[in-house]
Design a protein. Structure first.
Length: 130
């Protein structure tokens, strides 16, 4: 039986709530660890500017940016499943960052794996739109 698309999409929303809390500085002590626990230890990403990050660099990125964007709001929408099988799902979604300084919108592609009922992010590629 293929993993649940709903669980994978829920993972996107859960993670971005945590990211917004961490970046805005409204997070609790355990939120950073909760966010990091969503990533596979083999996680890699290509950021919207084209830079490649491995798992340890992503952990550092979130740790270093705690409270650095106090006015950030993140909206997630247009989730679309591209492909899925029993262990993984490949999907896209739109991510909108709203700050006093402006709005950034990116389209992202994510590979999410299910291991023992838990969603782990394995890969992410972000691309700025417009």
């Amino acid at each position: 039986m293929a993993l649940s698309a709903d669980k994978a999409i829920e993972s996107i929303h859960t993670m971005h709530v945590l990211i917004a809390k961490i970046f805005s500085g409204t997070h609790s002590k355990q939120d950073l660890a909760l966010l990091i626990a969503h990533f596979s230890e083999n996680f890699e990403m290509v950021g919207a500017a084209g830079k490649k990050f491995k798992f340890e660099e992503v952990k550092q990125l979130f740790a270093n940016n705690q409270g650095k964007m106090p006015d950030i709001q993140i909206e997630i929408y247009d989730e679309d499943i591209i492909s899925q099988n029993e262990q993984s799902i490949f999907l896209t979604y739109t991510e909108k960052h709203i700050k006093e300084s402006g709005v950034l919108i990116r389209r992202s592609c994510a590979l999410i794996e299910e291991i023992q009922g838990k969603m782990f992010w394995r890969f992410l590629q972000e691309t700025f739109t417009g």
